[in-house]
Structures are given as C-alpha cells and as structure tokens.
Write a protein that binds this ligand. Structure first.
Ligand SMILES: [Fe+2]
Ligand SMILES: [Fe+2]
Length: 289
C-alpha cells in the first residue's frame, strides 16, 4: 500500500563538513553585528543536535511498521540527513561556545528535556512532536530559501551556508515524518494538540534562550546596542504574522506538508549548492577525497 504522498521524493544524504569555515566566525556574526539575531541563530542551533537525534529515534521506532518501500527509502534518507545536521550544528555550537555563547549549556538542557519527555510519553506522542517540529523547520526553511533578505540576516558566509544547506534538506524531507505518522495511524487530535502546545512552547523557549544569551554578553549593556539590534530584528521576516499563520496551517484537518509546493525552490537550491558549479561542492566529503 502507498504510504507516501510523493513516491519520487529524493532525500539524499550528503556527507558535508563546515567545520573549517566556522573557525573565522566572529562573536557577533549576524548582519551588522546584530546582537539579537546572533543570539537567535545560536539558540536555534543549540537545540538542533539533540533535537535531530530525537527526531531520528522517534521515526526509527516505527521503521519496521512501514510497508511502502518508497517511504522506507525516504525514512533512511531522513535519518541520514538529520544525523549530519546534528553533527554540523554541534560543530557550530562548539565554535560559538569558544566565542562565549551558552550553546553547550543549552544543548545539555535540550538533551535532558527530550530524554524526560521520551520516557514519560508514548512513541506516538514523540512522533507527533517530530512531525510538528518538522513543519516548523519546513516553514523556516521555505522562508530562508525564498528570501534573500532573510539569508542576508545570517551575516557571516559560513553561518549563512550552514543554514541554507540545512534549509534545503529540511525542504527535501519535510513530509517524511508526517507520512510516517499517518502510516502508523497517528491520532488527529494528538497531532493538532501537540502543535498547539509546541507553537507557543517553541517560541517561548527561543525567547528565553535569546534573553539568557544577551544577558551573558557584555556588549548588550553598551548604550543603544540592544535598541539598534531590536529595531532590525523586529522588522525581520522571522517576526511576522504570516509566519505564525503558516505554522497554524498545520492544524487544518486535511493538511499535508506538500500543500505548500516547494519543489521548484528545492530544484533551484540543489543546483546552486550542489550542481556542477555548486557553491558547497568543496565541502562535500567525496570532492575532498
Ligand atoms: Fe534537520
Ligand atoms: Fe528535519
């Protein structure tokens, strides 16, 4: 029985390493040295390594229940992609740690929090969390891939490359966890309730992360610095009602991640990053060999 909406979906695992390029990332790497956006990227990156491990575990739990060979293949791709994301964000977090960011502390808190919820709740509920957070990453990914203004906010080229590559792969596999959730007969009520909790929970945890990060930065206390950063951050595409509404779209009873067609965007960025003249080809393990 067909269990994927798109049997032709390609989810390639790319062995890539950004570690070398992180070495010259400065403390305030975001555009115009923006303190708030630097802390936002750091907070987001801090939850990725253990978050992605959690995603992998929650999907892998059901691998044997998937009968559609195409969805099985996509699940393998999903696991491969998320594993590399976790590794590369950990390398970025190590660099940020050396620059004075609380990224390692955030990683530890994320790991403990997720382990706790995994023990307390059912595998179905954990998969519902993954499917909902995949809609978060897919929504943010679409924004990053479609808006140059958003990409520019990452500032330093190494940070921008990391997030653009991650955005491409999130778009490539955006429906996999969702299709697995549907395939195992995941409840509709759990799916929507989980998203309702996460929509606020995620935004609040990011706000707390940014606040803690700013409090630990001496430059936050310099006159006018925070006000200037806030003026740009507030107007950024990350803080719009449109983004919030796109997240809420997940609650529609007939929602599917592919409803928002990003196939052309994915094609474009595959060529830009990994085509013949791909800008990230030099970071792939195969071309380095
Ligand atoms: Fe990811
Ligand atoms: Fe993902």
């Amino acid at each position: 029985m067909r269990q994927t909406r798109n049997p032709d979906r390609k989810v390639p695992t790319r062995r890539i390493s950004f570690e070398e390029s992180f070495q010259d990332v400065p403390r305030h790497f975001a555009a115009e040295g923006n303190l708030i956006l630097s802390c936002l990227a750091a907070s987001l990156s801090s939850v990725f390594p253990d978050g992605e491990d959690f995603f992998v575990r929650s999907v892998r739990h059901y691998r044997d229940e998937i009968t559609d060979p195409e969805l099985k293949r996509q699940v393998s791709g999903f696991i491969g992609q998320e594993s590399v994301h976790g590794r590369e964000h950990r390398a970025f977090n190590d660099r940020l740690d050396r620059l004075g960011y609380p990224t390692k502390r955030f990683e530890r808190i994320t790991k403990k929090g997720l382990a706790l919820r995994e023990r307390a709740l059912s595998p179905e509920s954990n998969l519902a969390v993954t499917a909902a957070l995949e809609h978060f990453t897919a929504t943010l990914a679409e924004l990053v891939l479609s808006s140059e203004e958003t990409r520019d906010l990452f500032g330093h080229p190494a940070v921008r490359d990391l997030f653009v590559w991650h955005a491409l792969e999130e778009s490539e596999h955006k429906a996999v966890a969702f299709d697995v959730y549907k395939a195992i007969g995941g409840s509709e009520r759990t799916r929507v309730v989980t998203m309702n909790i996460l929509r606020f929970g995620f935004v609040i945890s990011m706000a707390v992360g940014v606040t803690v990060c700013l409090l630990g930065d001496r430059d936050s206390y310099r006159r006018g610095n925070l006000r200037r950063s806030w003026r740009t951050a507030r107007r950024s595409p990350f803080m719009t009602r449109d983004l919030w509404l796109q997240l809420r779209d997940y609650n529609r009873h007939d929602f599917h991640p592919d409803d928002s067609d990003t196939s052309q965007l994915v094609e474009k960025w595959r060529t830009v990053l990994f085509g013949e003249e791909g800008t990230l080809n030099d970071k792939l393990a195969t071309s380095a060999a």
